[in-house]
Design a protein around this ligand. Sequence first.
Ligand SMILES: C[S@@+](CC[C@H](N)C(=O)[O-])C[C@H]1O[C@@H](n2cnc3c(N)ncnc32)[C@H](O)[C@@H]1O
Length: 208
Amino acid sequence: MAAAPGWEPGVRSLASTYLAPRVPELCCGVPAGRAVVYLMVFVIVALVLLLVLLSMVWPPDSAWSPWWRTSRRVARIQCRLAGVSSTDVVYDLGCGDGGALVVAAREFGASGVGVEIDPLRATVARARAALGGVSDRIRIRRANFFDVDLTPATVVVMYLVPPALKRLRRKIQSELRPGTRVVTYVYQIDLPLLASDERERVYVYEVQ
Ligand SMILES: C[S@@+](CC[C@H](N)C(=O)[O-])C[C@H]1O[C@@H](n2cnc3c(N)ncnc32)[C@H](O)[C@@H]1O
């Protein structure tokens, strides 16, 4: 049924008042709603890329340092140089994704404890230990290494920046038994040096 001619202008004005704002406007040829979604995705991707870039220059003892890790090849060199064997209990302070510990357990028969403050990396380390079939010999603790008792360790491995190594030195000397080997990668710690591979920047010390 057609509306009476006198009603038409009123209906049009009602439509323009209530319906027009709901019709998506165009923004650069894209409906406004979709443009907002594109913008949000762009901002999120840009933020993630920024974090990844920052993480590459962040100090390696920071929870924002995912790309500073020990390769399997270097982990083998560390174990060989420190004489890691099945009788050893290896503590990796700031174990990251647990890769170095998995090498010590799988290839050298050691047992070990990984201490990692970052929950995501601690979870990844547990998963790697399980996938590597060594979760019965490796325990990953999500904790601050300054709060962890180091007395059971026979070998301590660290890939940390000098300020962290300097602070840990006191703890190492007071908690570790004489003869315990301490392995650092890239940076050095002020302890009696036992062996080193200068080219690979692997240093092994012995607690006196
Ligand atoms: C350079 S990464 C080394 C990771 C692993 N050890 C490797 O060599 O592949 C240093 C790690 O130490 C962790 N970390 C830093 N401060 C820590 C703390 N106070 N307690 C436990 N973990 C810490 C960081 O989250 C990071 O995963």
